[in-house]
Design a binder for this molecule. Sequence first.
Ligand SMILES: O=C(O)CCC(=O)C(=O)O
Length: 329
Amino acid sequence: MTVYTDLTARALTVLRRGLPKHQWDELAQKIVQDRHTIEGHLREEVPSNEFAGLLPHLRKRSHVQIPITLSNVEELHRYFEDQPVHRGANALSFDGRPKSLAAARSDFPMAAYSAETVIRAPGLIDAMNDPRLLHLIEQYLGCVPTLYSVNAWWSFVAPRPEMTNVQFFHRDTDDWRFVTLFIYLTDVGHDGGPHEVIPGSHSLDGMKRLLKGIPFWRPKMDAAHSFVDDMGEDFSLACEQHFKTEAVQLTGPAGSMHLVNTVALHRGVVPTRTDRLVVWARYGLGPNTNSADLERGPLSVRFVPTQLQGTARDRYVNRLLIEFDRGAF
Ligand SMILES: O=C(O)CCC(=O)C(=O)O
């Protein structure tokens, strides 16, 4: 099972490297058009279109703040404080060994919770399934979204970035089209490890615009290559230098949410004054190279504190995370 999943992930990565960036979206569009023929029963009859006005900003600027705030942040803090963590920005980043939060805080710059811990957190799955949010994401993707990955992690005040790439400018390439929701569980100011994004850099045209006016880059840098080249510390330093007037730091109080197209160049800034606890939820076209199912199979709904009713739409959107029919009957 693992081997086959890994092979699929590798195949997708190889395919993406071989396809020019402008074709990624053409491919996504074909998939999305096909979905329209089969997912009619999953569309909501009365769509909650309240957030539709956010679409142009998201499309143009690669990010948008969602005008809702989680109300149970303190409860979530109590919950997460008691759960084991793993070194890195993802439970699988390093050896995956569980540690207490106190031990991780003193030993590592970042520590993450398992997907199961996130799925079992009070209210999170429901926040990720807010119909207004899902509808916005559906319009952005062009089809009913698949919630394929959840994560929660701490970035601690540290002298330098963690060795994994999340604190260096990079692109995510999980799927042909996808979007990431960040939910801050701590107050995040400029010194609290904000998410930083270079608006417009998710598209080839946007990247071309950003690169105009830059007289030189290291050899080989051009807009198209920037989508498929390996990134790293030097690339990140160059982004920092060249795009310092364009980069935007997403700040906000605990409970605030930002939706980001993380194909755009982005990073988590290393906190200099206060630690950050953040959650992500990723929505795409289906299972992909970053799916929660790479870590674990879906969890029985019996373990998930959720108000979801188990409609056809709920089941579809959450199928990689939650098994609605498993339990004692
Ligand atoms: O910590 C952050 O804000 C960055 C997260 C990130 O790089 C990612 O989601 O790929």
